[in-house]
Structures are given as structure tokens and as C-alpha cells.
Design a protein around this ligand. Structure first.
Ligand SMILES: [Zn+2]
Length: 124
């Protein structure tokens, strides 16, 4: 048991959120996801999703990384972080792939809008 830093309630160490006030008990949550069993080229890979829960907006994001495993080691092949809005959009897409096709964006559109996106991003 430990104390919640927000409300002081007793929380089991394995809990990610305080059962009394719902405050996150960790600033980073990590889950690994297995590859599709029928896609042979992905068998030695895994998807790692890290969710950062910092108190400030610029600290909160979701980082996706593709890991591959050899006999010697595991290493990240690529990674990208999404802000909360894009992570929510991804979650919506996964939950409801049949909905909102007008809002889907192509890769060219994403890259074309990046300068504006970064110019509007909050600074420290
Ligand atoms: Zn609490």
C-alpha cells in the first residue's frame, strides 16, 4: 500500500489510478501489443504504447514504438508521439472505423499541415 499524492487515500501499488479520487498513480503507463498471428513478417515484432500522464499539457502524450526481437536483443525500429487530440482521434478510428470518413486525412495532408501545427504548439 502507498498513499495517493492527491488525496492521501491508501492505494495498492499495482493500481494505476487512485480508487478514491481517480488520480493517476503513475506518470507513465506502458502496454505491449502482440502482432497479428497470421502476418508472418510481423512475428518477431511488438507494439509498445507508452502513455505519459504529466500534469501539464505538453507532458501528456502517447508514444508508439515498433519493437523487433533478435536472438541477442530487442530494439525499437521506429517511434512517434501523438498529442492527446491525435491519440483521441486514433482511439475513435479504432473504435469506429466505419464512421466519419470525411474527417480522414491522407499522409500528404498531414505532412503539409505540420509547419502550421508546430507553429501553434504551446511552448514551455
Ligand atoms: Zn487519491
Amino acid at each position: 500500500m502507498r498513499e495517493c499524492s492527491r488525496c492521501g487515500g491508501h492505494v495498492q501499488r499495482s493500481f494505476r489510478y487512485c480508487p478514491w479520487c481517480a488520480s493517476p498513480q503513475r506518470l507513465k503507463l506502458v502496454e505491449f501489443f502482440r502482432p497479428h498471428a497470421l502476418i508472418a513478417g510481423d512475428r518477431a515484432k511488438a507494439l509498445r504504447v507508452s502513455r505519459y500522464l504529466g500534469p501539464r499539457k505538453e507532458q501528456r502524450h502517447v508514444r508508439f514504438s515498433v519493437w523487433s526481437e533478435t536472438e541477442e536483443r530487442a530494439e525499437a525500429e521506429a517511434a512517434v508521439s501523438l498529442d492527446e487530440h491525435e491519440a483521441e482521434r486514433l482511439a475513435y478510428f479504432l473504435r469506429h472505423p466505419e464512421r466519419n470518413p470525411a474527417a480522414s486525412r491522407g499522409l500528404r495532408s498531414i505532412f503539409r499541415d505540420l509547419p502550421t501545427y508546430f507553429a501553434q504548439a504551446p511552448r514551455d
